[in-house]
Design a protein around this ligand. Structure first.
Ligand SMILES: Nc1ncnc2c1ncn2[C@@H]1O[C@H](COP(=O)(O)OP(=O)(O)OP(=O)(O)O)[C@@H](O)[C@H]1O
Ligand SMILES: [Mg+2]
Length: 402
């Protein structure tokens, strides 16, 4: 079950906001509604479900409704209509006490402007939320220290924010968001104010934290590369509406419309797509077969080489038609005639790292998993097709082997 679900979630700003709802139903645009009614559409009938443990990225240009949407989830902004479900419970029907508990136990929030108190020490900043919740002094110090260690700031607890770099200040913000050990962390442009290199470090650390703690994270950014890097799912917003939700790969390879297309057209696919995206099925033969079988097999399929594997599909070498002919003439076994020096990569290898491997080799690059099993091969044509934006192979086609 989804941990968070939004159903036709809508926010209209202005006097008498509900009167815009029937206009949205009629399909009026944000601009038209503003022109006719002076009401601003913040979020327009958003529908989505976030699975526990996912990083769900909300992306879009300035003013598209990202911050509004994320604040509707914990009712920092009150929705005009629609539903928010948390583990199946309707957040909009919670009593004030239930809502207080929900915010205290279930959600944490991290903002772009670190929003640290300058006259409080690091640890006092981290404790702030816990203090507001009335957690006693000893307990909250304990929780805050744990959170501080998690973000790698041990030793800095008694420093003041202005003694820290921007990246460290953002860590304090992150630690504060994590201090109550929430199920869901809402992050609104949390890394946007950081230098590019520090930003990349923070992304890595967030991914690490996520792997360790299995939090559900709703992450807002207007940076596509950041979204592609950390998102399990990406929701792209325009004028308050979600125009597409999908995995990074789906957003890149199957943009839902011209707007999404324009958003993704400048992405360097070679730094996003991996070997697993472009590999194709490899023709294989098991090691105990003879060179005659190998040669026959190649002739039948009109190919000039085969990947030699054991029964577990572990890659042992490559045999070409010439090698097989040579083996037959000289009475050699397959394993004596095959070549062992074929280039290989792991499924996660990025395309731009594959280029060099490919240019130095007469064979396609083989793709091998952690236990040495052959998952597929990368041929130049497939890489070029993917880079030119053509759809890569269906998932099913990628993994089978003969
Ligand atoms: N309190 C408010 N009163 C009136 N209009 C608002 C209010 N807050 C947001 N809006 C409007 O709602 C729309 C969405 O704003 P929002 O702040 O959610 O965008 P955003 O995608 O987070 O933008 P940014 O990238 O600049 O942070 C905008 O048109 C904005 O002007
Ligand atoms: Mg915003």
């Amino acid at each position: 079950m989804a941990i968070i679900e939004a159903k036709r979630l809508t926010k209209i700003f202005g006097a008498d906001p509900k009167k815009a709802i029937p206009l949205l139903d009629k399909g009026w645009s944000k601009d038209k509604i503003f022109a006719e009614t002076k009401l601003t559409v913040g979020v327009n009938q958003a529908d989505f479900a976030i699975e526990a443990g996912q990083i769900f990225v909300i992306m879009g240009l300035s003013g598209s409704g990202k911050s509004t949407l994320v604040r509707l989830l914990n009712r920092l902004i009150e929705p005009t209509s629609g539903q928010v479900l948390f583990n199946g419970t309707d957040v909009l029907r919670m009593s004030p006490e239930q809502l207080r508990q929900f915010r205290r136990k279930n959600v944490g929030m991290v903002f772009q402007k670190f929003a640290l108190f300058p006259h409080r020490t690091v640890i006092q900043n981290i404790e702030y939320g816990l203090e507001v919740q009335g957690i006693d002094k000893k307990k909250r110090r304990e929780m805050a220290m744990e959170s501080l260690e998690l973000v790698g700031l041990k030793g800095w607890e008694n420093s003041y924010p202005d003694q820290l770099s921007g990246g460290m200040q953002q860590r304090v913000g992150l630690a504060r968001g994590l201090a109550n050990d929430p199920d869901v962390l809402l992050m609104d442009e949390a890394f946007s104010a950081l230098d590019p290199l520090i930003r990349k470090d923070m992304q890595d650390e967030l991914l690490e934290l996520q792997a360790k703690m299995k939090k559900t994270i709703v992450f807002i950014t207007h940076d596509l590369n950041e979204a592609l890097r950390i998102g399990d799912q990406i929701a792209l917003m325009k004028d308050g509406s979600i125009v597409q939700i999908g995995s990074p790969e789906e957003i890149l390879m199957q943009p839902a419309n011209k707007y999404v297309e324009r958003f993704v057209e400048d992405v360097d696919l070679s730094k996003v797509l991996t070997a697993s995206h472009v590999m194709v099925k490899a023709e294989t033969i098991t090691i105990e077969k003879g060179p005659r079988v190998a040669l026959q097999f190649m002739r039948d399929r009109g190919i000039s080489s085969l990947y030699v594997v054991d029964k577990m599909m572990r890659l042992l070498g490559v045999i070409t038609a010439d090698d097989a002919v040579h083996a037959i003439k000289n009475g050699l076994k397959l394993e004596e005639a095959m070549q062992r020096e074929a280039p290989s990569a792991v499924p996660e290898t990025l395309l731009h790292e594959l280029f060099e491997l490919m240019s130095n080799s007469k064979f396609p690059v083989s793709v091998i998993d952690q236990s040495g099993r052959l998952k597929g091969i990368v041929i130049k044509g497939a890489v070029l097709a993917a880079l030119s934006g053509n759809t890569v192979l269906e998932a099913g086609e990628r993994h089978e082997t003969a």
